[in-house]
Write a protein that binds this ligand. Structure first.
Ligand code: SAM
Length: 263
């Protein structure tokens, strides 16, 4: 454990200050959602993306993973492109852009009516080297037991786990979930925060990329969803949140969830 830093605590401060207290190679998994462009003001706080990304690279363990949930604002008829700029910056400083996952909203709020309704956000998966943990969510296969000849092009052989061209395979009972996850937008614990994560989103990413006792960090903790789900699933959490009121509310929310779990 780094000096001056406690587990299972949300720090009411800029995430750069919290990460400044962390040793290198310290965090197993980050699940977070930064402020999107200037869509919400969060007390007028300035979000310094590049120094934050650099610090994240320093504190992540080798094989650690970051789930970065983000979307663009649209102004004067064009999307900002911030999500992709951030993804490319993470790649430039050494992370793998391991996957570009989609968080599809089952109940999107209708917005402009001038284009198809916006109904997803990116869930970028950045890894420092090869992810050290992957416990994939599996779903049933409808065609279980049938034989398939799934010819794979030469270029895709690595993606398909080295399956040979023209190899006959028998369909298993389950398969790995697609990289599009669908959730309803909602406020599970009726917090005052206006952009909380769906708890199931955090749960699915948490079990996929971490194991019990791992250290989970959220640099933009908001209402504390990442911390709550980590605490309920035997992981340690550390959080940063500049708004002190959100921190107090998040600590209460976690305490109450743990009490309910014990009862
Ligand atoms: C999109 S919200 C996160 C919501 C969170 N995922 C949840 O489930 O409630 C982003 C949060 O980051 C906080 N924030 C903005 N800049 C910050 C910084 N530099 N350090 C720590 N927190 C910051 C904002 O106050 C806001 O609550």
């Amino acid at each position: 454990m780094s000096d001056n830093l406690l587990f299972d605590k949300i720090y009411a401060e800029d995430c750069l200050v919290t990460m400044g207290k962390m040793a290198e190679n310290y965090i197993d998994l980050v699940i977070t959602s930064p402020p999107y462009d200037d869509l919400r003001k969060y007390g007028g706080y300035v979000f310094k993306f590049e120094p934050i990304a650099n610090e994240l690279y320093r504190v992540m363990k080798q094989g650690g993973v970051i789930i970065w949930v983000v979307a663009d604002s649209t102004r004067n008829g064009t999307e900002s492109g911030t999500s992709f700029k951030q993804a490319l910056y993470f790649k430039q400083i050494g992370f793998n852009l391991y996957d570009t996952m989609i968080y599809q909203k089952s109940n999107p709020v209708p917005l402009s009516h001038r284009r198809y309704e916006q109904s997803f956000e990116y869930m970028f998966v950045f890894s420092k080297g090869k992810p050290k943990t992957f416990n994939p969510i599996r779903i049933p296969c409808k065609s279980v037991g049938t034989k398939k000849n799934r010819a794979v092009s030469k270029a895709n052989e690595e993606t398909y786990s080295g399956r040979r061209r023209d190899e006959i395979t028998v369909v298993n009972s389950t398969k790995i979930h697609s990289n599009i996850f669908t959730y309803g937008v909602g406020n599970n614990d009726k917090t005052k925060h206006n952009a909380p994560f769906p708890e199931q989103l955090v749960y699915d990413q948490l079990i996929s990329w971490s194991n019990p006792c791992d250290i989970i960090y959220d640099p933009f903790m908001g209402s504390g969803t990442t911390a709550k789900v980590a605490a309920l699933n035997q992981r340690h959490y550390i959080g940063s949140e500049v708004n002190e009121q959100y921190c107090i509310e998040a600590e209460r929310r976690i305490e109450s969830a743990l009490q309910k779990q014990k009862a």
